[in-house]
Design a protein around this ligand. Structure first.
Ligand SMILES: Nc1ncnc2c1ncn2[C@@H]1O[C@H](COP(=O)(O)OP(=O)(O)OP(=O)(O)O)[C@@H](O)[C@H]1O
Length: 338
């Protein structure tokens, strides 16, 4: 019998975005998905599709000056964290959910030693004393595959390679054993062999610690390697969602098909990469009605700019948002507008 996993994170109708020239624009539009315990969910999509804004919204780390969550719920173990204050979020971040970023140098403080920064995470969440914190930090560095942890404790971020810095970030993220790790393009800034090592480390830690991971990436090779389920985003919206095999072998949305066909295959002699023509619309230029991919879609019909599809189950828990499928037509009461 397949054991039902509990839902760890549930995102419901999330809208978030930016105020630009006095007007508010959603960069994340009505996004809903969930993550079960011990599950790896990958979020994919081209640059500018809202992946980072979505993940920063979950952590409540959007820039305060011009960005906010406009509506929606983010349920962590059933509790909505959207209304939480920053002080409350400071307790939740690190302990219940943690995040690693593309460029660890921006997240690490350049003038503090690695040991100081690691110990700080432990002090923030526990009443631990210095000697014990230092022991724990050294242990964490070992867990992330750092071979001379005692001496690294006294070094500064700039003395380390990009791969080492990302390992430090992972050590900081797992220090309090959070159940959810959000990783936003964690390997993009690294060279290829190091990328593979960091992904291997994430996978290993996820299994050892029984964590769930939300992995943001535009690299479908990474998705194939790590994901249990995949959420495809386009222009701020979820346009497809399914388990990883179903997505790779039977993609439903023309955007996902296009993304998949842009991966070069070893057996094919590729002269040029098959890229998707056109660009993701900017926030100010989002179509108000219809499918946001319509102007780039090879399968678009007139309907596609007139009727807004809804995300619907098009078979066996595979969700798509495309008028190629009967299920995605809005009902009369849902209308054609967003
Ligand atoms: N600080 C900001 N102010 C205004 N608009 C922003 C800001 N940051 C992002 N955006 C816009 O929000 C939209 C979503 O951007 P986001 O960074 O989430 O995309 P992404 O899918 O994560 O792309 P990438 O892979 O390049 O990080 C884009 O249209 C982007 O231009």
């Amino acid at each position: 019998m397949v054991q039902q996993r509990e839902t760890l994170l549930e995102v419901k109708n999330l809208h978030s975005g930016f105020t630009i020239d006095g007007d508010f624009y959603n960069a994340v539009q009505d996004v809903s998905f969930d993550i079960k315990e011990k599950e790896v969910v990958c979020v994919v999509g081209e640059s500018g599709c809202g992946k980072s804004v979505m993940s920063l919204s979950l952590m409540q780390l959007l820039p305060k000056e011009n960005a906010k969550i406009a509506s929606g719920e983010v349920l962590l173990n059933g509790m909505d964290i959207v209304p939480k204050s920053q002080a409350e979020m400071n307790k939740i971040r690190g302990k219940d959910m943690a995040m690693i970023f593309q460029e660890p140098m921006t997240a690490l403080n350049p003038v503090l030693t690695i040991g100081f920064q690691l110990n700080e995470v432990l002090y923030n969440h526990t009443g631990i004393k210095k000697r014990e914190a230092t022991q724990k930090s050294v242990e964490l560095l070992k867990q992330v595959g750092i071979s001379r942890p005692e001496s690294i404790m006294d070094e500064y971020p700039h003395q380390l390679s990009g791969g080492m810095r990302q390992r430090i970030m992972i050590a900081m993220a797992i220090a309090m054993e959070p159940k959810l790790l959000i990783a936003d393009e964690p390997t993009t800034a690294l060279d290829v062999t190091i990328q593979a090592q960091i992904l291997e480390l994430l996978k290993d830690i996820q299994e050892r610690k029984n964590m769930s991971i939300l992995l943001i990436t535009h690299d479908l090779g990474v998705v194939a390697e790590l994901a249990d389920r995949v959420v495809v985003m386009y222009a701020g919206e979820v346009i497809e969602q399914s388990d990883v095999d179903s997505l790779f072998y039977d993609p439903k949305h023309p955007y996902t098909e296009a993304l998949l066909s842009s991966i070069p295959r070893l057996e094919e002699k590729v002269e040029t990469l098959n890229t998707i023509g056109g660009v993701v619309p900017s926030l100010k230029n989002m179509p108000e009605v219809g499918c946001r991919f319509a102007d780039r879609c090879p399968k678009a019909s007139d309907h596609c700019t007139e009727i807004t599809p809804k995300l619907a189950d098009v078979g066996g828990g595979h969700y798509a948002k495309c008028l190629l499928y009967e299920e995605c037509y809005p009902t009369e009461s849902e209308g054609v507008r967003r």
